[in-house]
Design a protein around this ligand. Structure first.
Ligand SMILES: *Cc1c(COP(=O)(O)O)cnc(C)c1O
Length: 393
């Protein structure tokens, strides 16, 4: 079974590039050049240097002993929360800024929901002295003031998206519109494994550093490079894709992707895309999309802004339908409890997105010597307000 993208940009029936004609030249240029860039030794040298000295990689693989004791398995946490800017997103933006430089682009645009990808993009633009414009839903700008301030401090312009529900999907539409209007000087740094080919493959490659490191770290710690289980949360799916990447062909490794059920899968307020979605086209690729009978995109909901997306990357749609990975979902309440539990047991406050992956541990049955790796996609600092309100702290 092949889980990687084919020459036409598809994963099985999913993927492709469903874009307006105005974007053909940009996407064609990117498609023709991205692999050549990434595989160039000079690119690799700079990418590896920045990951090490700027991002702080390799991120530790930590054996969480008290959590392990509670669930009766050996549970390791891949500490993406310790990266510069506090999550895995910077792995991708560092890679894409180097691509943008090689394409000769001087102007960078991005979309953001909670502001995490916007911050990671503003960060690398400051690093390289490039102009940065971030589209963000007006509602999200209201809800995520600290991240808006961070982006502004680093020199980015934040433009409110005022259409639709004024959240992530509307910001993505605005960013695509901007790109159509600036076809020659602008690179669009997409934040997850979504969008037209080659974005899902390019972002997955940049995030694959997560599983690349995990393999040698496990080998050092356990004498074996493959675990029994790997867990990660899924919004668009980039941290999960990075965590799965180098295990895809190790069929003994069980891959578990955790989506946000919000207030419950059947509540009408959910973001459990594989359960609720149908085949459709969203933001330039064919995938699973939450939609009405007549194909209108349904408004998703999750307590965690990073999982609040009505689609899922096309590679995930393929891993789901081919059953290579198991897709499950966790409610707001279950995630909040798991976030509190990790804080109490290990002294690590996780992002609420990440807490969804942790919450699934409670639904699993382990054998004592099972080795489990959870991708700790981000830290909880940004979510303190939500934790405070929820628990009355
Ligand atoms: C953005 C974000 C996510 C969700 O995005 P993916 O592309 O699915 O990884 C998960 N965790 C954290 C901490 C995030 O910031």
């Amino acid at each position: 079974m092949n889980y990687q993208v084919d020459e036409k940009g598809y994963y099985g029936v999913f993927g492709g590039a469903y874009i307006p004609e105005m974007l053909y030249p940009n996407i064609k240029e990117l498609r023709e050049k991205y692999l050549e860039f990434i595989e160039d030794p000079k690119f690799q040298e700079e990418y590896v240097m920045l990951l090490k000295d700027y991002v702080g990689r390799p991120s530790p693989l930590f054996l969480a002993e008290r959590l392990s004791k509670k669930y009766g398995a050996k549970i390791y946490l891949k500490r993406e929360d310790l990266n510069h800017t506090g999550a895995h997103k910077i792995n991708n933006t560092v890679g894409q800024i180097l691509v943008a430089e090689r394409l000769g682009k001087k102007r960078i645009i991005a979309e953001t929901g909670a502001g995490q990808h916007g911050v990671a993009t503003a960060t690398v633009c400051a690093l390289k002295g490039l102009e940065c414009i971030v589209y963000m839903g007006a509602v999200d700008i209201e809800r995520q003031a600290p991240n808006v301030a961070r982006m502004k401090m680093m020199g980015a312009t934040v433009i409110p998206a005022t259409s639709g529900s004024q959240t992530l999907k509307d910001a993505t539409n605005e960013a695509l519109r901007d790109w159509i209007n600036h076809p020659t000087d602008t690179h669009y740094i997409l934040g997850s494994v979504v969008g037209p080919h080659p974005y899902p493959d390019m972002v997955a490659r940049f995030q694959s550093i997560i599983s690349e490191e995990t393999k040698w770290q496990l080998q050092e710690k356990t004498g074996k490079s493959t675990p029994d289980y790997v867990l990660a949360c899924v919004g668009g799916g980039s941290n999960a894709m990075g965590m799965f990447y180098h295990f895809l062909n190790d069929e003994d490794v069980k891959l578990i992707a955790v989506e946000a059920a919000g207030k419950g899968v059947d509540s009408g307020e959910s973001a459990a895309t594989t359960l609720l979605g149908k085949e459709g086209v969203l933001h330039g690729s064919r995938s699973l999309v939450m939609q009405t009978e007549d194909g209108q995109v349904v408004e998703p909901y999750s307590i965690s802004a990073g999982l609040d997306y009505p689609g899922i990357g096309p590679q995930h749609a393929h891993l789901f339908t081919s059953r290579r990975a198991l897709y499950v979902s966790i409610t707001d309440d279950e995630a909040m409890q798991a976030g509190m539990e990790l804080s109490k047991l290990e002294g690590i406050i996780p992002a609420i997105e990440t807490a969804h992956a942790l919450a699934y541990l409670d639904k699993m049955k382990f054998k004592e010597d099972d080795v489990v790796v959870v991708c700790l996609s981000g830290r909880g600092d940004k979510d303190l307000d939500t934790y405070m309100k929820y628990f009355g702290l």
